[in-house]
Design a protein around this ligand. Structure first.
Ligand code: PMP
Length: 288
């Protein structure tokens, strides 16, 4: 894979209904979203040339925009077709897809934006693994983050909006400097929530426990893994998880489009084994 800057690559990006030369897929400096956030996006995986759960991700993109108060000017089917066309044009076999929609530059440059156009773009590139494979095999290292997921009346917590990722970038910078792979966020009440880009699961006495997604994303991978657990007849509980309980977990793992099923080996000074249930679900997920 090329280490070239993401704006300096060969190929095409689908933008507003057309394939654009990669280096020309640009937005204006006075784009509303650059100043006031509120873009919505998706992260999708291509396995063997096919986009995993394309319909679910595309529907979430449409729903995320609606939560943010705008409608995408394309239908579900048009966006799914555009995604597949972009993957084909880029000849991606195993890769990542990044659809994004945002309020563009228009007649309005204050906080309000209802007269400005909505833009949509879809880019895709080869991308084998999010966490490095050795760390993924041994279990990644997390540290509790000083930032919390906000209350549902404080932020649009069920939208995959760029605004919610401002704290995630700050967390990643802080924790990587300290030698951790990611930060574990509590929510506004002090309950365990999620990492900066993945959902949280704990294995205890042969069952799965995962926080109720009432103030963070109910991930598509999370739901897939819960279905896989049911097929294995493992009990799954969605409930409040307190940070004090973490030390009693038999295994811990994260789920996400980029993370897939990633075992956690450490949270601050607590150590965890990469156990049989995590391994089994990671294998089941790889077969999906
Ligand atoms: N939480 C956050 C903050 C994320 O960025 C992601 C990745 N989209 C997830 C959870 C997991 O969601 P999914 O399984 O749908 O990728």
């Amino acid at each position: 894979m090329s280490n070239k800057s993401y704006d300096d690559r060969d190929g095409v990006i689908w933008m507003n209904g057309q394939m654009i030369e990669w280096r020309k897929a640009n937005a204006h400096i006075l784009s509303h979203a650059l100043h006031y956030a509120g873009a919505v996006f998706e992260g999708e995986r291509v396995y063997d040339g096919t986009v995993f759960k394309l319909r679910e991700h595309t529907q979430r993109l449409l729903d995320s925009a609606k939560i943010m108060g705008y409608e995408l000017p394309y239908t579900l089917q048009q966006l799914m077709d555009a995604t597949e066309a972009t993957v084909r044009a880029q000849k991606i076999v195993d890769g990542y897809v990044r659809p994004i929609a945002w309020r563009g530059s228009g007649e309005m440059m204050g906080i309000a934006s209802y007269k400005n156009p909505i833009h949509v773009a879809i880019a895709t590139w080869e991308w084998p693994s999010y966490f490095d494979p050795t760390a993924k095999a041994e279990g990644i290292k997390l540290t509790l983050s000083r930032w919390h997921r906000p209350a549902p009346d404080t932020a649009p917590v069920h939208s995959k909006t760029s605004s919610l990722y401002a704290i995630c970038t700050m967390i990643k910078h802080e924790v990587e400097k300290k030698g951790f792979h990611d930060g574990l966020m509590l929510d506004w009440r002090g309950h365990v929530a999620e990492s900066t880009g993945a959902n949280f699961f704990m294995v205890k006495n042969g069952g799965l426990h995962t926080p109720t997604p009432d103030c963070f994303l109910d991930g598509i991978t999370r739901r897939t893994v819960m279905d896989l657990a049911h097929l294995r007849q493992l009990p799954v509980q969605e409930r409040t998880i307190l940070p004090e309980e973490l030390k009693t977990a038999d295994e811990i793992f994260l789920t996400g489009t980029a993370a897939e099923v990633t075992p956690v080996g450490q949270i601050d000074d607590m150590k965890f084994k990469v156990g049989p249930i995590t391994k089994m679900l990671a294998e089941d997920f790889a077969k999906e």
